[in-house]
Design a protein around this ligand. Sequence first.
Ligand code: ATP
Length: 262
Amino acid sequence: MSDVLLSVEGLVATYNHAIHAVNDVSFAVRRGEIVAVLGANGAGKSTTLQAISGLLPARRGQVAAGRIVFDGHDITAASPAKLVRAGIVPVLEGRHCFSSLTVEENLITGGIGRDARSRVIRTDLEEIYDLFPRLKEHRRSISGLTSGGEQQMTAIARALMSRPRLLVLDEPSMGLAPLIVEGIFRALKQLNAEQGLAILVAEQNSTVALRFSDSALVLENGRGVLSGASAALRNRDDIKTLYLGGSTKKDAHEKRLAHAVA
Ligand code: ATP
């Protein structure tokens, strides 16, 4: 059995068959590894994650070239539902919860897809409450009325209820206080260490992502510009100034439009 769980090979992703959001990006996630995809606004992180999760068509996006292989199977054109069943479970940017359901009801919806019996769901809930004690305290609260951090934890916990083999997280730190971000990454690291869960996480917060990941890829204007072990990248002071602070989303979008028109 290969130790590579996911491999992305020469991925080119476009929107409306015109805007090149991701250009020739390649990387791998090994079993039991946490991999970070870093980059400024508009660098192509979300597009890369959505290509892997089969979500591009819903946003008028396409994989225009390249191949995505999960556990030896080509999944480049697979539907999101098939991918979730295969174990690739995304947590989208923006903490998507069912806001009118309670925290616990949200979590239970995550278990339904795998047709689990209530006893199994109860055991999984207890494991998740051990990992995120705040969710236990708030299990009967309406999700829409909980804090941003609790909603992010709920979104992650709901994904965990479907027992992923690869958890795909898009900017879990967005808009959250540093202490909350720290808690979320610690919980993810604990899951990774105890259960070997592989995690692919897109982040603008390179400091925290490099501390908690094993390896990382830096995207700039849709291209991979740097990759390697997170421990080594952490020691490079130039990462932020070179790649992560530069252009705004609008700048990057305009650059790509110019490229599409040219
Ligand atoms: P952010 O963190 O700001 O979301 P990102 O690194 O995740 O940044 P993407 O969202 O993948 O970047 O965007 C990559 C490029 O693709 C940007 O130029 C963006 O404007 C463009 N883009 C993203 N979504 C669409 C869409 N639905 N239609 C057209 N262009 C899009």
